[in-house]
Structures are given as structure tokens and as C-alpha cells.
Design a protein around this ligand. Structure first.
Ligand SMILES: NC(=O)C1=CN([C@@H]2O[C@H](COP(=O)(O)OP(=O)(O)OC[C@H]3O[C@@H](n4cnc5c(N)ncnc54)[C@H](O)[C@@H]3O)[C@@H](O)[C@H]2O)C=CC1
Ligand SMILES: O=C(O)CCC(=O)C(=O)O
Length: 528
């Protein structure tokens, strides 16, 4: 059988040799397709290889009846509808390491160009203006670089910035004091990073949590004349807020490789002389393109010959016999992980999972990966799946323990998940009730009975008359309807929790109002 692979974005010809060399693969390169043309062409292909330009939408999967694999020659998979891929049974693989160096070097090039106004000076010269006065720069030496997101690229940028004799302070939920010390940098909260930095560079994925992470409030915390860089994803920095901050002279300059909508034309930020920009060139080097093309091509060949992919992004298949036994617990295990990830305030250092009752007889490793995936998704986004969850946890030095016991204290099956962070240990337990589906039955040491779905609010409070009423009234003012409420307490007049399920998400302002109420210690909103 011959598999046909369509390459729809420019990829290094030298890098795709694993595909060219495979006897059973035919490669077609068509890099100027419109969306309609892609939908028409995809019908004939078993695989599609892209960079960040091609939008691999739900429609592509609907039209691509033969599709088996999508290869993303790069890191970010936000141009691929992963849910649609999983639903269609198409494996998505990426190449997370091959362009790290190039993206880090591009960030440094932008940092230096920004500091020394090189693009502006060049532009003036091209217009025959010998203007030295307008192009006075600043030095990097002894300045502080704030890094938000210290993953592969952020860490490489940190090393290079130290070479420029900059002080580096970084925030990443997985960064520990120990790791920072080993790297010779400082570890801070996001507020500390924003306040301390002369230059700020972001290197997170674009997630719900990182969308507009750098917004008006963030700019307000920064030093006057700060300079910001985004070589990660458009949308991490709020473009409107950036525009206003530059106009107000709070921000002295910005270097952007990525934009909220790409490609851009007539973008208002480009009208400002303080802004320098490149058209998403972070990974555009001969070396990076060759690396990512090789990695992704190898994985595609692997998958098409029935092998295990190195860099899978979406759900892989679990062997059918194991799957049929544990499938009922899949939903519960991920939801417990996701629930706990919202409860803890710092990054997880240890995840302990206890399987009890009939679960102790089963092969639970896929459930463990699923739980870990639930925890990690909060920080790493949709590219975490149950194949790469354990690997990513190991990379982040998170300890995973799996325990089994046959006793269940009254339940036929019970999954208890415990997450330890630097300063707290939180746990949640859930069960599958025969005929009634999944339930959370314990939060920390409090008994509850909640379906792990939809919008929830967890309130820690003092067991006092009136506390419940005040919460209900405050939510009502915000037009939030309470669907169910469970209350648990340690002892009369002691610590207690309210676990509410509500009809719509409580926004940040609503949460702040709840936190200000008398006898309320802590309020956490969770949407599962
Ligand atoms: N401009 C370009 O051409 C390129 C852009 N990229 C983009 O660069 C970004 C970083 O890529 P990698 O370093 O390879 O990813 P990575 O997954 O190694 O690192 C991302 C880091 O962000 C951290 N993070 C998540 N949420 C956070 C938050 N709220 N605050 C602070 N940190 C948070 C994670 O813990 C993780 O350590 C991605 O968005 C990727 O798509 C990557 C390559 C080229
Ligand atoms: O393919 C490209 O050039 C973009 C690379 C990128 O943004 C990524 O790998 O996330």
C-alpha cells in the first residue's frame, strides 16, 4: 500500500528525506493552496505536513476521509483543531525541540535590535536621513530581563541573556528556587518579574490562562520605560493594552514576531516608531527547518508503518482489552486531576494516585497518565496527552506515585488523587457510582457528592451562622444561580467548605466580592 502525504507549508527539502526514502510513501508539495483548495485536495491524502500557516480546521478532518496523521513541523499546534483530529482518529505529531535554538536566537536578535533601535536607524538611512540623535539606545549589561515561561525556549534565552551580562528573573509555575539557582537566575512570582524587569520576554504557549497575560494591569506593574518582546504567540500580550502603554510612554519599545491575527497588514502597532517587528520568523532558519522537518517526517514514517510516535500531541490508542476494562474511569480520572490543578496555587511537585476496590485489580497506568494529563493541562495546554503526560511530568521533575489497595471504605471503586506543591497538599477522591456516573466524594477531608462537570465554586469558610447566606446573596447579585450546594465542616464553629455548582462561570470580579465577605477564607472557581 502506498500512503500519500501532502506538504502544504514550505518545508526543508533536505529535512524530508525520511519521507522521500520510504518505499511506501509518495510526497506531494503544494504550498500555495487556498482553504477551499486544501479541502478539495485533502480527500486524496493519508497525511498532511504543515508549519504554522495552514489552518487545519474541523473541515479539513471532515474532508480528509483517509487522513491518518498530521505532522506539525514546529512546536505550537494552535493552527490544528486537536479535538477534531482526535475525534477523527488522526494522530497529530509535532517537533518540539528542533526550533528551540532558532527561536531563542531570534528573541536575542529582537532584544538587541530593540535596545539599539537598529531597524529604525536602518529605515532612516534607507530614506537618506543620517539621524543619530533619534537612535540613541540602551545597554543590556546590568539590566534585568524578566522571562515569563521558562520552558525550552525561555531557558535558552536565559542562558544567552546571562552571556550579555544581564540579570535574569523568571516566572514559570514549574520553576523552583533550586532550578533557578542552578541556572544562575532568580525565580519570582509573575508580579515580581513584571516589577523588576527592564526588558520582559514571554515564552509560554497561548492558552486560556496566558491569553492577554500581559494586559493593562500587567503594564501598570512594570517599570517606566520597560521594553517588551513577544516571540512566542500573538495574544499573550494584549495588543490594545500595549498600544496604549506605548502611547502613554510607559513602554519604551516592543519587539514582536507574532500577532493576534496573522498575517497582519496595516497593523496599528506598526505605526508606532517604538515597535519593531518580524513576520513570525522565530523558527525560520535553515537549521531549524531541517531539524523540524526531519523529526516530523520520521514520526510520520513511524506511524504509517505501525510504530509508536516520538512526539504525539493528541490521544493515542490504548490496547483494546485494557481499554474496555478501564474506559468507564477515564472521564473521572482526568476530571479529578483537572479539579486538583485548580485548587493548588503553585505548580505540582508530586502527584499521588490511590486506586481502591475493584480498580486495584486492573491495569491502571493509562488512568494515571490521564490524571497527570488533567493536572498538567492547566500549565501546558492541549499538547499534553496520555502518552506524553508522564514524560512531561518527568521533564518538570514532578514525582508520580501510583498505589493500589483492595479496601475502599464502602465504595466498590475509589480514585484518590493527591497533589503536593512546595507549600501545600490537597486531595480529592472520586468514584463511579453504578448507574449514576462519576462523583467527587471528598475534597481534602470533607465529604461531598458532586458530579465533576460544569462550573463550580469551592469556598473555605468559618462554620458560622450567616456565612452560607452571604455567599448566596453575593452570587445572586452577580446573577449567578446556584444549582447545588454541599457543606462540610471539621467541627462546629471550625473550618468548613461549601461546594457549589453554578449555572454559569463566576468571573474574577464576582470571586473578589466573595473573598471580601466575613468568615470567608478562600474562594476557588473550577470549570470542568
Ligand atoms: N516565533 C516562533 O516562530 C516560534 C514560537 N514558538 C512558541 O514559543 C512558545 C514557547 O515554546 P517552548 O519553549 O518550546 O514551549 P515549552 O512547552 O517548552 O515551554 C512553555 C513554558 O511555559 C510555561 N507556562 C505555562 N503557562 C504559564 C503561565 N501562565 N505563566 C508562566 N509560564 C507558563 C510552562 O510551564 C512551560 O515551561 C510557544 O508558544 C511556541 O509555540 C516556538 C518556536 C518558534
Ligand atoms: O513554522 C514556523 O515557522 C513557526 C514555528 C512556531 O511558531 C512554532 O514552532 O511554534
Amino acid at each position: 500500500m502506498t500512503f500519500r502525504i501532502l506538504i502544504s507549508d514550505p518545508l526543508s527539502e533536505d529535512g524530508i528525506f525520511p519521507l522521500r526514502e520510504a518505499d511506501n510513501i509518495e510526497v506531494v508539495m503544494e504550498t500555495d493552496l487556498t482553504n477551499d483548495q486544501l479541502l478539495e485536495r485533502i480527500k486524496d491524502f493519508d497525511g498532511l505536513l504543515v508549519r504554522s500557516q495552514t489552518q487545519v480546521t474541523k473541515e479539513v478532518f471532515a474532508h480528509g476521509e483517509k487522513l491518518k496523521v498530521i505532522g506539525r513541523a514546529g512546536v505550537g499546534v494552535d493552527n490544528i483543531d486537536l479535538e477534531a483530529a482526535t475525534e477523527a482518529g488522526v494522530i497529530v505529531v509535532n517537533a518540539p525541540d528542533g526550533n528551540t535554538n532558532s527561536a531563542a536566537e531570534h528573541t536575542m536578535a529582537m532584544l538587541m535590535s530593540l535596545a539599539r533601535k537598529i531597524p529604525q536607524a536602518y529605515y532612516a538611512l534607507k530614506q537618506e536621513r543620517w539621524d543619530r540623535k533619534s537612535h540613541v539606545g540602551v545597554e543590556l549589561k546590568n539590566k534585568t530581563l524578566g522571562i515569563v515561561g521558562l520552558g525550552r525556549i525561555g531557558a535558552e534565552v536565559a542562558t544567552r541573556a546571562k552571556g550579555q551580562r544581564m540579570n535574569v528573573i523568571a516566572y514559570d509555575p514549574f520553576l523552583t528556587e533550586e532550578k533557578a539557582e542552578n541556572m544562575g537566575i532568580e525565580c519570582g512570582t509573575i508580579e515580581e518579574v513584571l516589577k523588576a524587569a527592564d526588558f520582559i520576554t514571554v515564552h509560554t504557549p497561548l492558552l486560556k490562562e496566558t491569553k492577554h497575560l500581559i494586559n493593562q494591569d500587567a503594564f501598570d506593574l512594570m517599570k517606566d520605560s520597560v521594553r517588551v518582546i513577544n516571540c512566542a504567540r500573538g495574544g499573550i500580550i494584549d495588543e490594545d493594552a500595549l498600544y496604549e502603554a506605548i502611547m502613554a510612554k510607559k513602554v519604551a519599545g516592543a519587539a514582536l514576531d507574532v500577532f493576534e491575527e496573522e498575517p497582519i497588514s496595516n497593523h496599528k502597532l506598526l505605526e508606532l516608531p517604538e515597535v519593531i517587528a518580524t513576520p513570525h520568523l522565530g523558527a525560520s532558519t535553515v537549521e531549524a527547518q531541517e531539524n523540524v522537518a526531519i523529526d516530523v517526517s520520521r514520526d510520520v514514517v513511524n506511524i504509517l508503518s505501525g510504530g509508536v510516535p516520538q512526539n504525539p500531541v493528541n490521544l493515542p490508542a490504548v490496547p483494546q482489552d485494557i481499554m474496555s476494562e478501564i474506559e468507564p474511569y477515564f472521564h473521572l480520572s482526568e476530571k479529578l486531576g483537572a479539579f486538583l490543578a485548580r485548587l493548588v496555587e503553585e505548580a505540582a511537585e508530586e502527584i499521588n494516585i490511590y486506586y481502591a476496590g475493584e480498580l486495584s485489580e486492573l491495569e491502571v497506568a493509562p488512568l494515571t497518565r490521564n490524571t497527570v494529563k488533567g493536572v498538567l493541562k492547566r500549565y501546558l495546554g492541549d499538547h499534553v496527552n496520555d502518552v506524553n503526560a508522564a514524560y512531561l511530568a518527568e521533564k518538570k521533575s514532578i514525582i508520580i506515585n501510583e498505589n493500589k489497595t483492595s479496601t475502599t471504605k464502602g465504595f466498590t471503586n475509589l480514585i484518590t488523587v493527591e497533589v503536593k506543591t512546595k507549600s501545600e497538599t490537597r486531595k480529592v477522591a472520586g468514584t463511579l457510582l453504578n448507574g449514576y456516573g462519576a462523583r467527587i466524594i471528598k475534597v481534602d477531608n470533607y465529604r461531598v457528592d458532586v458530579i465533576p462537570e460544569g462550573h463550580m465554586v469551592l469556598v473555605h469558610h468559618k462554620d458560622q451562622p450567616g456565612a452560607i447566606g452571604r455567599v448566596g446573596t453575593t452570587l445572586a447579585k452577580d446573577n449567578i444561580n446556584i444549582a447545588t450546594m454541599q457543606v462540610g465542616r471539621s467541627d462546629v464553629g471550625g473550618d468548613a467548605i461549601m461546594m457549589l455548582t453554578v449555572d454559569k462561570q463566576v468571573e474574577q470580579t464576582g470571586l473578589e466580592l466573595l473573598k471580601e465577605l466575613e468568615d470567608i477564607y478562600k474562594v476557588t472557581a473550577v470549570t470542568l
